[in-house]
Design a protein around this ligand. Structure first.
Ligand code: NAD
Ligand code: TYD
Length: 337
């Protein structure tokens, strides 16, 4: 059996990856290590948590006594665990530096002691390139992160690379664009707007709404990681982008149309400080290995809207009962109006 450690497997992308991996690889035994922060939910793994080839470990990647032995016995590590929300990083950056940078360091130290390690996948982000005025970011471009989240991720990205360059660890780094799909925490723009609109609540659009993101369906992301585990070269960086550049205001209209809700729900709010205008990835390197996204954005967005409509059991308890969501929402939006 191939021993696979997935950190952050109770989060959005991690939970989709665990489900995907168990189905795609009958010879993989998957261990999820997750701290269950506000963003990590056992519910996101409900259908696979007791799978015979899955083990769930509740714990912190920073706890070397716990995470070290898990890494040491692994053949593959896919490291998703992170603090991920730009707006939260602007409010308080400490947890981002601890988890995203120092947490990655703890795992990499464990990897140095792992005799059977074949891959350490450092899940980075397109946000490390900073705002891209024109053209598309290539893997060799300079990193210009502009907020505490992306700066922490850039630190982890280069730290992981350094463990390949220095210790010859089998590290690869992936930089994906904005993901969307089922089980995304309802603070991020698509699930926030969908779930607010379902309840006829305002959808708070930052600034002039003309910022551009390149949307990638989470399952296309999982397929890319899977391919790279097999086909990548150690020490290399790979962009993973959906090729769907959409302005926030257009995205908002599409969501409201899919739900049959009026445009009057759109509420302009003051902009995010340092708000990156545009991200865009050149994905030629990944495509040359045989990957291309399979899910068209219109279809993926419609299915995602339908998923949130059909799965209120998953998001309503977060929005209506979790005090951590409520206090964040108050702090973030009530001061913006
Ligand atoms: P998420 O916030 O939904 O999930 C993060 C998970 O990590 C949660 O389950 C949380 O409990 C866990 N976690 C946080 N701190 C931890 C710690 N100290 N120890 C153990 N577990 C901890 O995030 P996501 O959107 O699924 O993102 C996953 C990864 O992908 C992150 O590294 C993120 O930077 C990267 N990424 C995300 C996107 C995107 O659009 N969502 C795009 C590119 C890259
Ligand atoms: P987000 O989902 O936070 O992802 P990121 O900032 O990491 O790209 O936001 C996506 C875009 O949506 C970003 O340009 C900010 C914008 N946005 C809003 O306009 N309103 C909101 O309430 C949120 C959360 C985001």
């Amino acid at each position: 059996m191939v021993e696979v450690l997935v950190t952050g497997g109770a989060g959005f992308i991690g939970s989709n990856f665990v489900r995907y991996a168990l189905a795609a690889h009958p010879d993989w035994r998957v261990t999820t290590l997750d701290k269950l922060t506000y963003a990590g939910r056992r519910d996101s793994l409900r259908d696979v948590i007791n799978h015979e080839r899955h083990a769930f470990v509740h714990g912190d990647i920073l706890d070397a006594a716990l995470s070290g032995p898990l890494v040491e016995r692994s053949n593959i590590v896919v490291h998703f665990a992170a603090e991920t929300h730009v707006d939260r990083s602007i409010m308080a950056a400490g947890e981002f530096i601890r988890t995203d940078v120092e947490g990655t360091f703890v795992l990499l130290e464990g990897a140095r002691r792992a005799p059977g390690l074949q891959r350490f996948v450092q899940i980075s982000t397109d946000e490390v390139y900073g705002s891209v005025a024109a053209g598309a970011s290539r893997e060799t471009d300079e990193l210009r992160p502009r907020n505490p989240y992306s700066a922490s991720k850039a630190g982890a990205d280069r730290l992981a690379y350094s463990y390949w360059a220095t210790y010859n660890l089998p590290v690869i780094v992936t930089r994906a664009s904005n993901n969307y799909g089922p089980y995304q925490f309802p603070e991020k723009v698509i699930p926030l707007f969908v779930t607010n609109a379902i309840d006829d609540l305002p959808v708070p659009l930052y600034g002039d709404g003309r910022n551009v993101r390149d949307w990638l369906h989470v399952l296309d992301h999982c397929r890319a990681i899977d391919l790279l585990i097999d086909a990548a070269s150690n020490g290399e960086v790979y962009n993973i982008g959906g090729g769907n550049e959409v302005m926030n205001v257009d995205l908002t209209h599409r969501i409201l149309e899919a739900l049959g809700k009026p445009a009057s729900l759109i509420t302009p709010v003051p902009d995010r400080p340092g708000h990156d205008r545009r991200y865009c990835l050149d994905t030629a390197k990944l495509r040359s290995l045989g990957w291309s996204p399979r899910i068209a954005f219109d279809e993926g967005l419609r299915e995602t809207v339908d998923w949130y409509r059909a799965n209120e059991w998953w998001w309503r308890p977060i929005k209506e009962q979790d005090p951590r969501f409520k206090s964040y929402y108050e702090a973030q939006y009530h001061t913006r109006q």
